[in-house]
Ligand binder design. Structure first.
Ligand code: SF4
Length: 189
């Protein structure tokens, strides 16, 4: 597995390219699971949640290293990204929940990303991290991302909204999908 230097996995990326209007991500049809798996198998380069590769970038300072993920990436080039750390948020950091909807709703201006206890609004940080992930994907011609499930940034099938796990996607996943990048969950492997 060859690791590309996106300069974003550790928050070092230096610029943000937002959408034309800076705040919208149009929802696109999601390919069925078998098509997502096939896209991952065939992809020469994959954008990957850095925590799945063993980087201790989670909100609680831990990693989420997955041997299944590492096996699925065998022989591929990998672009690691932690959108939340790339946005400038620290490790560790307070856990964040989506409120009012999921990632697509955040880009539509109808939901927010809010710290679970202090209720500090982190929406702009999470959107900046998503834009950095998209920028890294474009830089390396990535068409497939393999991201950590249940995260308010990287979740692709289930996320926590107001403390309750529900179906939906995170803020980074919603933006990547709007830009025609296939997102595969680590739980689909
Ligand atoms: S799930 Fe995504 S945002 Fe959360 S620690 Fe992993 S890479 Fe970072």
């Amino acid at each position: 597995m060859k690791r590309e230097d996106a300069r974003a996995g550790t928050g070092l990326a230096s610029s943000v390219e937002g959408d034309a209007d800076g705040c919208h991500a149009r929802a696109r049809a999601i390919p069925p699971q078998e098509a997502r798996r096939a896209a991952l198998r065939e992809a020469p380069v994959v954008l990957v949640s850095a925590c799945l590769l063993g980087e201790a970038c989670r909100y609680d300072g831990r990693s989420q290293r997955s041997e299944r993920v590492l096996a699925a990436l065998e022989g591929k080039a990998v672009v690691p990204i932690c959108p939340e750390v790339a946005s400038g948020l620290p490790i560790p950091r307070p856990p964040v929940d989506l409120r009012g909807g999921t990632g697509v709703d955040v880009w539509a201006g109808q939901a927010r990303a809010v710290e679970r206890e202090a209720r500090t609004d982190r929406t702009e940080d999470f959107q900046r991290g998503a834009q950095l992930a998209l920028e890294a994907a474009r830089r390396f011609d990535v068409t497939v991302a393999l991201l950590k499930e249940k995260s308010p940034s990287c979740g692709s099938q289930r996320v926590y909204e107001s403390g309750v796990l529900r179906s939906g996607e995170g803020i980074t996943t919603a933006l990547l999908r709007a830009e025609d990048i296939t997102v595969v969950s680590d739980e689909e492997l």
